[in-house]
Design a protein around this ligand. Structure first.
Ligand code: SF4
Length: 268
């Protein structure tokens, strides 16, 4: 750990102690906001706001597509594979319907839902509790709606993980640049264009903000392009493709009633 980071930790630690009860306070605040807003996951009306529509049926129709998306995302972003669930780092992953949509009624649900692969990731919430919980501003919301991370500011307090209601964040208990007992690197093929993280740092999906900056689309969207299983774009632009999809398809969000206003929508 370099001295700059150590100094930063000392300052941030005091802030973190002061905010030790933060997650429960955020939950209370969120509940209040959900009541005020009606809890329907509406979009902030102005400015750019990137969002995503995932058509779950298309993943069922194309077996292996979800895994291809995950592989592309994790390879590009140097997501380490520690080889066990306990230490798992995930930016993009598959959940079952009942785990992804915990507040949806499971009573008499169609059998087909049981095995549907639900691709899950950070929801890039419009009112992200993780941002409020972070004592060092390591996680922040950008003007385009993307919830980003500055890995160098992260002190590993994991308040953001406690505050995220979707389990969208992972913590590096081990050094991602390290090797397993057989000498195999946790990052199979390091992408020099994206920074690898360090031990003690939280990470999550960034909506491929680094690719958007150079005119590319997110890696998972690119992989699924032929199937149109994922549509990405500005949900505040009424002319965008994603706005057209949202206007014409019935979509649901993960637990919108808590007032986080997810930017991810699912066609089930
Ligand atoms: Fe933050 Fe979790 Fe929302 Fe992502 S899904 S913005 S990590 S609260």
């Amino acid at each position: 750990m370099d001295s700059k980071r150590r100094d930063f930790l000392k300052i941030a630690g005091l802030t973190a102690i002061a905010g030790i009860a933060a997650p429960s306070a955020f939950n209370t605040l969120l509940k209040g906001e959900a009541f005020a807003a009606g809890g329907h996951g509406a979009a902030a009306p102005t400015g750019k706001r990137y969002g995503m529509v995932i058509d779950v049926k298309k993943f069922t129709e194309n077996p292996g597509l979800a895994e291809q998306c995950i592989s592309a995302c994790h390879t590009i972003h140097n997501v380490p594979d520690f080889g066990n669930r306990k230490d798992e780092i995930k930016w993009l992953w598959v959940e079952s319907y009942e785990h992804a949509f915990t507040t949806a009624s499971q009573y008499k649900r169609p059998d087909a839902l049981k095995d549907m692969p639900i691709l899950t990731l950070c929801n890039h919430c419009d009112k992200p509790p993780c941002v409020r919980a972070c004592p060092t501003k390591a996680t922040y919301k950008k003007k385009d709606g993307i919830v980003g991370m500055d890995y160098h500011r992260c002190i590993g307090c994991r308040f953001c993980m406690a505050a995220c209601p979707y389990g969208a964040r992972s913590f590096n208990w081990r050094d991602p640049r390290g090797k397993d007992a057989n000498g195999q690197p946790f990052i199979k093929s390091e992408n020099p264009k994206y920074p690898a993280r360090m031990r003690g740092v939280v990470e999550k999906c960034n909506f491929c903000t680094e690719r958007l900056a150079i005119g590319q689309i997110p890696a998972c969207v690119e992989v699924a392009a032929q199937t149109k299983a994922i549509v990405f774009g500005d949900i505040n632009d009424p002319e965008s493709e994603i706005s057209q999809v949202l206007k014409t398809s019935f979509t649901i969000q993960r637990n919108p009633a808590i007032g986080t206003y997810p930017s991810l929508f699912y066609i089930i």
